[in-house]
Write a protein that binds this ligand. Structure first.
Ligand SMILES: [Zn+2]
Length: 243
């Protein structure tokens, strides 16, 4: 049906055309919390968390991301120095070999980080991002992608103790029984908090999740933006009336 996209199990969503400028402005106007709620809403067990649990998960994940950012900032040095310090095998490739979905960057245990430059090259089409008041250059995006993956390396290093890999919360109750589950989305929330803190960004690095998707699937980018706002507003009704 033209203009309509059906998401399985969800009502039909009207997709509106969104220019790069519109997408950039609207995405940049959202606070980091909006993206955190959205990342949490992608968790497979999201519906099972209470409002109180959701807020605790976000706070813990954002907190540990910032804590690790402080650790890396204390090292001093530039990005290359930091990668050297952790003995990260960094490389760039044009595209992932198995291209069944778009991947911007990846971490492979124990210490390999790859950035896929095809996305960065396409990103340079956005003149809106090149002469922005913030540094949203190709290299700024590359640094965000690396920072995100570096956090996954640090999580792997500290997998026995880090909260993102060890926190469990009650998700099922049956009589006296309680089933406690890990929260998969914590890693992503923490990785973005880490990237923001380490790189000292005064905007959310999650804006690239939307902007980079638009390079491949313009409608999907608009849907993600709408979804971020919807999830944030549902959970924080007073927060973004004006956005
Ligand atoms: Zn990740």
């Amino acid at each position: 049906m033209p203009g309509l996209t059906t998401i399985p199990g969800v009502t039909q969503v009207k997709v509106r055309a969104c220019s790069a400028r519109e997408l950039l402005d609207q995405t940049m106007s959202l606070p980091q919390e909006a993206f955190q709620w959205h990342m949490l809403s992608n968790d497979p067990l999201y519906e099972r968390y209470s409002d109180e649990q959701r807020r605790e998960i976000i706070a813990l994940a954002a907190g540990v991301g910032q804590k690790y950012a402080d650790e890396v900032l204390a090292l001093g040095g530039d990005l290359d120095d930091v990668l050297g310090h952790y003995d990260i095998a960094y490389d760039e490739q044009s595209k992932p070999l198995s291209a069944d979905r778009v991947v911007f960057a990846q971490y492979v245990e124990p210490n390999a980080v790859t950035v896929f430059t095809d996305t960065l090259d396409k990103y340079q089409r956005y003149s809106e991002c090149q002469d922005n008041e913030h540094d949203m250059s190709r290299d700024a995006v590359r640094e965000v992608l690396i920072a995100h993956e570096l956090f996954h390396y640090l999580e792997h290093r500290d997998e026995r103790s880090i909260v993102t890999k060890n926190y469990k919360t009650t998700t099922h109750r049956a009589g006296p029984l309680r089933l406690r589950s890990r929260v998969a989305a914590m890693s992503e929330i923490a990785a973005m908090s880490f990237a923001k803190g380490w790189l000292g960004l005064d905007y959310s690095p999650n804006v690239y999740d939307v902007l980079l998707v638009r390079l491949y699937e313009p409608d999907a980018a608009t849907m993600i933006l709408d979804n971020i706002r919807e999830v944030y507003q549902d959970n924080n009704p007073q927060a973004i009336k004006a956005v």
